[in-house]
Design a protein around this ligand. Structure first.
Ligand code: AMP
Length: 286
């Protein structure tokens, strides 16, 4: 059976109208926001949406407002045709929203969204304007689609926490599902940015997951001192010659406040540059 191509829509208003008609027929809508360069991580969210919702919408938009000057906005991979082929191979995606920047931020656009609390530390410290841009575009996508459910990856743990906080604080009528991290065979978390790695850097990149595994082993062996665990992770990561650590954090899974001791549940988050490519990863400790 030939897979059905999703309908590609550039204009957000057109998508709103199409989805409005389906909603009036009683259909439920699932939204998967992405920046494209799709991989199995994204597709896991698409499959989850298909299994839970009648209609699945994937947005593909490299959102300028979440990049700071000097970050990789210009060089971020834009491969819409390959992305559509990828979605076609999965099948069952109804709409792809692929707007141009001017479709989302027309002349005179001047709105801002700022979510406090969980945005302040970690990524928020290294990329101070990032989560305002994420919250802005995601809120727009929620309003454009009026989706019942939106799907995000645990890969961007803090981002998912920010979206959940925005939904709670602003009473947004949408259900958020956070899906597990999909990894390459050697443990590297799949990411569109992995394409930036040179061959030798790619060989070093699994060190992030190895350091998370080390932490999990230490904790299951009885270690509780967060400083000691982070010290051991740092020492392991530094064996990779191209690595430079931005942060290693052991935090409360809800507030993302730093923990001194791992006694209840915790999440370990890290950001490491391998050469010029910045990678993030995380693990929830039970
Ligand atoms: P991005 O295109 O990088 O903005 O990611 C779009 C969505 O896919 C976000 O919710 C990410 O957390 C999610 N995602 C990216 N990589 C992975 C992965 N390796 N496993 C699961 N979800 C992912």
């Amino acid at each position: 059976m030939a897979a059905i191509q999703p309908e590609v829509i550039n204009n957000p208003r057109v998508l709103s109208e199409r989805l409005g008609a389906l909603r009036r027929e009683g259909k439920t809508i699932g939204l998967v926001p992405t920046m494209g360069a799709l991989h199995e991580g994204h597709l896991s969210l698409v499959r989850r949406s298909k299994s839970l919702c009648d209609v699945t919408v994937v947005s593909i938009f490299v959102n300028p407002t979440q990049f700071a000057p000097g970050e990789d906005y210009e060089k971020y991979p834009r491969v819409l045709d390959a992305d559509l082929a990828c979605l076609e191979s999965v099948g069952g995606v109804d709409f792809v929203l692929a707007p141009a920047p001017a479709d989302m931020y027309p002349e005179g656009f001047d709105a801002h969204v700022h979510i406090g609390g969980v945005t302040r530390r970690l990524e928020g410290e290294f990329r101070p304007t990032h989560f305002d841009g994420v919250a802005l575009v995601v809120l727009k996508l929620f309003n454009i689609s009026r989706a019942d459910t939106a799907f995000f990856g645990q890969k961007d743990y803090q981002q998912a926490a920010v979206i959940q906080k925005m939904v709670r604080d602003l009473n947004l009528p949408i259900d958020i599902r956070v899906c597990p991290i999909v990894r390459e065979a050697d443990g590297l978390a799949m990411s569109s940015r992995n394409k930036y790695l040179s061959e030798s850097e790619r060989k070093e990149a699994p060190i992030l997951k190895k350091s998370l595994d080390l932490a999990a082993r230490l904790v299951s062996g009885g270690a509780t001192d967060a400083a000691e665990i982070k010290y051991r992770m740092r020492a392991l990561i530094e064996t990779a010659p191209s690595s430079a650590i931005d942060y290693i954090s052991i935090a409360d899974p809800d507030t993302l406040e730093e923990l001194d001791a791992v006694e209840g549940s915790a999440v370990i988050l890290l950001a490491v540059r391998i050469g010029t490519t910045r990678l993030i990863d995380n693990m929830i400790l039970p």
